[in-house]
Design a protein around this ligand. Structure first.
Ligand code: NAD
Length: 274
């Protein structure tokens, strides 16, 4: 299926690895120009080189032009980081057609140990940063008559995870905000906003939550992996490529009638009819 978004510009945050990289790769494969972001420059440049190679191969096969892949190493949760992605040379400024918000998840722990500063950091990274990125781009999208915003949140919004209280709280705040904004005047201007709620995807982030669960319970990491994957009806963790494919579809021309939704790719783990 042609997703109809070749030539558009996307900002994909937290994209040097994991789910963000999966989304950037799927968009590049559809001919979308991307600005990718992550904090560490070395890993980000490696990811950018891989994306350029993927695009060149696709361009050779199809006879079409390769896409632009611009990389901005910065902390997206800071005002300076956001200014850097919007001012990168050769980029579209704030005139992105597609925005994928993402940043590292908050640490695991017990809420009795968290101070106000820990909550502020989590809310800043996982609620206010996506809202700032949306604020900078959404009106331009509406004025041009096309926009796709996908927030990478977490299955913890739907089914809270005890050791991830900071994530449960901060991301639910974003979800409530997006529910209102998606149904505001922008819906009639071709702009959709949806949230993608990863269940358990095999990335470094999942490995670190397994490590935390192992330390808390005294079990081996391998046993926790085995136990968790056995509880998933699909009997496996998800991978970044399948996550990216869902994101690319949400960003496509075909998904224009789908907004304000929370999509839960989790291999069937959430045991609800809806
Ligand atoms: P990951 O650790 O594999 O990758 C995170 C990416 O974000 C990296 O590129 C990292 O450099 C970048 N990043 C982190 N903090 C950043 C910041 N402040 N500014 C810019 N870039 C930053 O993680 P992942 O598994 O891809 O997870 C992505 C998001 O999805 C996280 O918020 C995570 O909590 C959430 N999530 C993941 C899972 C899962 O199973 N993997 C499940 C639920 C929620």
């Amino acid at each position: 299926m042609d997703l109809g978004i070749a030539g558009k510009w996307a900002l994909v945050c937290g994209a040097s690895k994991g789910l963000g990289y999966g989304c950037a790769k799927a968009l590049v494969e559809e001919g979308v120009n991307v600005v990718i972001n992550a904090r560490g420059d070395a890993a980000l440049q490696t990811a950018a080189a891989q994306l350029r190679a993927i695009s060149l191969d696709a361009a050779r096969a199809s006879g079409q032009k390769a896409v632009e892949v611009l990389a901005v190493a910065c902390d997206i949760t800071t005002p300076e980081g956001r200014a850097a992605v919007f001012s990168v040379a050769g980029g579209p400024g704030t005139d992105f057609d597609i925005l994928v918000t993402n940043a590292g998840g908050p640490p695991t722990g017990d809420f009795r140990d968290w101070e106000r500063e820990d909550w502020i950091k989590a809310v800043d990274a996982n609620m206010l940063t996506p809202i700032e990125l949306i604020k900078a781009t959404v009106d331009g999208m509406a004025a041009r008559g096309f926009g796709r915003i996908v927030n990478i949140t977490s299955s913890a919004v739907k089914a809270p995870i005890d050791i991830l209280g900071l994530s449960n709280g901060a991301r639910t705040g974003l979800t409530g905000f997006v529910a209102g904004l998606a149904r505001s005047g922008i819906a009639a201007k071709g702009v959709t906003i949806n949230n993608l709620l990863p269940g358990k995807f095999d990335t470094d982030r999942l490995a670190s939550t397994h490590q935390a669960a192992a330390s808390k319970s005294g079990k081996e990491v391998a046993d926790i992996r085995q136990l968790q994957s056995a509880q998933i009806p699909a009997k496996r963790f998800g991978n970044a490529a399948e996550f990216g494919a869902i994101c690319a579809f949400l960003c496509s021309q075909h998904a224009g009638y789908m907004t304000g939704q929370n999509i839960l790719p989790d291999g069937g783990l959430f045991a609800g009819t809806f």
